[in-house]
Design a protein around this ligand. Structure first.
Ligand code: PMP
Length: 394
């Protein structure tokens, strides 16, 4: 049976990582892979995470099953992190949270849940969006449609076009929004724009689905969640997929959460029971370790403060690099948008051919789309990278 299968080409990001690893030039620069890096180019384990792990190792008494929803302590800590501890949705039990294997696991379980609600559900995603949204949501059988989001010339949000297209969505359609730090563009909605989208969603009876993969890495934990919280306060139903990969640096531990909001506690409880049965039929239960770390960190004042301090430093490093990069590129062209955007990613708006030249002639690696990871920069390589970009643009 297997002999009929054709080999698939390697994922372009993994291919790029491999080419980078094999490049012998000592001054090569990796702006490709989407993980946070410190000034030395490492993706370190956060100190608060390390300490929580040490405590877990000493204090853990069992490895017995956790159940499809994962840890209740993790789930309520995540509810508060996402919505704020004073959220009426938490108080009124209109929101339920399940632990998920990373943001990807949460996205896929949300898609399976939507299909159970309505098999012919349509999900509207931004153009562009994170490439994995398509297989994660489309693979569950949902129909994907696109709304304009990023103007490719100005690299700003085409908000009027976005609203106009969403006017054409039908009641019950799902709108996927990036909570903050839009991947791949870095162009986020302002709070005023979140308010306008919320009004449209309500008026047309659409279901908002927010992917929150970078809370704390844009401007801070609270500011980054402001749009999502506004939306959550206004609509009867909503889905939120959250990832702890970036803000806790737990990438390989596969830690995330899926939150479900509905109009009443009774509906939420019934919907959550459906979600649990979907989880049971996919991976049965989420992995425990990463969520136990998050629960430990968020549940201890001292560890939490330490984690927040580390997260703020990461966020400030990215903001600093954004400003320094835009400044270094000023003589080369209009790159001001880099300083205005948020999170790790921005497009440089250069052609695949110019991206190829950067790789070949200068050892600077980025995706063919020209998406760069700001965290791959540092003050030492920044002038050289800006000069190389100037070179390929000439
Ligand atoms: N959503 C977006 C927009 C992302 O960029 C990512 C990670 N790259 C995720 C979700 C999910 O990440 P993970 O499954 O590693 O938690």
């Amino acid at each position: 049976m297997f002999e009929a299968l054709k080999p698939l080409p390697q994922d372009p990001i993994l291919q790029l990582m491999q080419t980078f690893r094999e490049d012998p030039r000592p001054d090569k620069v990796d702006l490709g892979i989407g993980v946070y890096k410190d000034d030395a180019g490492n993706t370190p384990i956060m100190a608060a995470v390390h300490e929580a792990e040490r405590r877990l190792l000493d204090g853990e008494t069992t490895k017995s099953y956790v159940g499809p929803a994962g840890s209740a302590g993790f789930n309520s800590a995540m509810a508060e992190l996402i919505l704020g501890s004073d959220s009426p949705l938490i108080r009124d039990r209109r929101m339920s949270v399940v632990q998920a294997p990373g943001g990807c696991g949460a996205l896929r379980m949300a898609a399976e849940f939507l299909r159970r609600c309505k098999p012919d559900t349509t999900v509207w995603v931004s153009t562009p969006t994170w490439a994995n949204h398509l297989p994660l949501l489309g693979g569950a059988g949902l129909t994907i449609r696109e709304y304009p989001y990023l103007n490719p010339k100005t690299l700003q949000v085409e908000f009027a076009a976005m609203l106009e297209t969403l006017e054409g969505a039908e009641a019950g359609d799902v709108v996927l929004l990036h909570g903050c730090c839009h991947n791949p563009s870095g162009a986020d909605l302002s709070l005023a724009q979140w308010q306008e989208v919320t009004t449209l969603i309500q008026r047309k009876g659409l279901l908002p689905f927010v992917d929150m993969a970078y809370q704390g890495l844009g401007e801070g934990l609270e500011t980054d969640a402001a749009g999502l919280r506004h939306l959550a306060g206004e609509v009867p139903e909503m889905l939120i997929a959250a990832s702890c990969s970036k803000n806790f640096g737990l990438y390989r531990e596969r830690t995330g959460a899926l939150a479900l909001v509905s109009a009443t506690a009774t509906i939420t409880s019934a919907a959550n029971s459906q979600l649990l049965s979907i989880i049971r039929s996919h991976y049965s239960m989420p992995p425990a370790h990463g969520a136990a770390i998050v629960e430990t960190v968020l549940g201890d004042d001292r560890l939490r403060a330490r984690w927040q301090g580390e997260l703020t430093a990461m966020c400030e490093r990215i903001l600093h690099l954004r400003h320094a990069f835009a400044e270094a590129l000023a003589p080369v062209g209009d790159f001001d948008f880099i300083a205005r955007q948020r999170g790790m990613f921005s497009f440089l708006r250069i052609s695949p051919e110019q991206v190829g030249r950067l790789r070949k002639e200068h050892g600077i690696y980025m995706l063919d789309s020209s998406r760069v990871n700001m965290a791959g920069l540092n003050d030492r390589v920044l002038p050289g990278v800006a000069a190389a970009i100037g070179d390929v643009l000439r």
